[in-house]
Design a binder for this molecule. Structure first.
Ligand code: SF4
Length: 327
């Protein structure tokens, strides 16, 4: 394994058994995360972006969910082979997560100091005094004013944006190698969103933390990520460095996503573009390109077989028959 690769996910398949059939939420996903890199995973709701990362953390509720196949190699060690205790030690310590709504992760009955100090003591083995000092330092780093005083407040005494800052401070307090941020700004208004993204970008670069940024919002990944994986119906359909993806998207779905983002530099008259149709029902998906009912360039073969992954250049891949059959 390339020594620069921290996390390598190979052919991950996570399915959910439901009364209506098997939901193939993640169906053969592979990607690599390198040291200090920020990887964006984008796609519409239900495309499998969150489930793939919850699988890596072994946080899939089972039943009904099950990791059917694949590996998640952290420095070559398969997380799926680890015991529950080993995975518990890994979470928060080597891989941290922040979610859309910080209130789902913060305990409303405990002071911020209690929650942060316990996390730091548990994972870093510090005594209470040093752990509190570290908690205050982290709150200062994320821009909480008067952190020495605010650290003893309860979550409800912070605004939404400030709570998300607290979550970032908590997630980074144990110097994890990887931060998984799952829609971290979706519940915030735009000005606060920009501040939170800037904090994540600055802090993770400073601390050398690699980031997986999960979002449906292409605007979020444009300013913060190094490379992007676009997901559709449980699979990665295009992966590319961020500039290549925005300037020259290849997969018809990616092109549609980018076209539907409002541009300030190219004002558009009339209605904003949207991709026609709906994402497919991922229960018992047929083995063809699931985007074909929405794709204006669909070929006959698209309705029969799933397209293989095609490398286009050194760092880009796309799964689309147009790149096999000639554009
Ligand atoms: Fe469109 Fe076919 Fe490519 Fe799917 S494989 S995106 S249907 S052209």
């Amino acid at each position: 394994m390339n020594s620069d690769v921290i996390l390598k996910v190979e052919n991950l398949k996570t399915y959910f058994n439901t009364d209506d059939g098997i939901v193939k939420a993640v169906d053969g996903v592979s990607f690599e995360l390198h040291k200090g890199e920020t990887l964006g995973i984008v796609g519409e709701s239900g495309c499998g972006k969150s489930v793939s990362n919850l699988s890596v953390m072994k946080l899939i509720p089972s039943p009904p969910g099950k990791i059917m196949a694949g590996k998640a190699l952290l420095y070559g060690e398969n997380i799926f082979d680890m015991t529950s205790d080993e995975v518990r030690r890994l979470r928060g310590n080597r891989i941290s997560m922040i979610f859309q709504d910080p209130m789902t992760s913060l305990n409303p009955f405990l002071r911020i100091s209690t929650q942060m100090v316990e996390t730091i003591r548990l994972h870093q083995g510090m005594d209470r005094k040093d752990a509190k000092k570290k908690a205050v330092e982290m709150l200062q780093l994320v821009g909480i004013p008067n952190p020495g005083k605010r650290v003893v407040d309860y979550p409800h005494q912070f605004s939404g944006g400030m709570r998300q800052r607290v979550m970032i401070a908590m997630a980074l307090s144990c110097n994890p190698e990887i931060l998984i941020a799952d829609e971290p700004t979706s519940a915030l208004d735009v000005t606060i969103q920009a501040q939170i993204l800037e904090i994540i970008k600055e802090l993770t670069r400073k601390l050398g933390t690699a980031v997986i940024m999960i979002t449906h919002d292409l605007g979020v990944v444009a300013g913060i990520c190094d490379k992007i994986n676009v997901m559709y119906a449980g699979k990665i359909v295009e992966e590319a460095p961020v500039d290549d993806l925005f300037h020259d998207p290849q997969h018809p779905y990616t092109r549609g996503l980018i076209k539907s983002v409002p541009r300030l530099d190219k004002p558009h008259k009339g209605r904003l573009f949207s991709i026609e149709g709906q994402p497919p029902n991922v229960i018992d998906l047929p083995d063809c390109c699931p985007f074909h009912p929405r794709c204006k360039q669909a070929l006959d073969i698209c309705r029969k077989k799933y397209p293989p992954e095609t490398a286009i250049g050194e760092k880009r891949c796309v799964s689309c028959w147009l790149f096999k059959e000639g554009k």
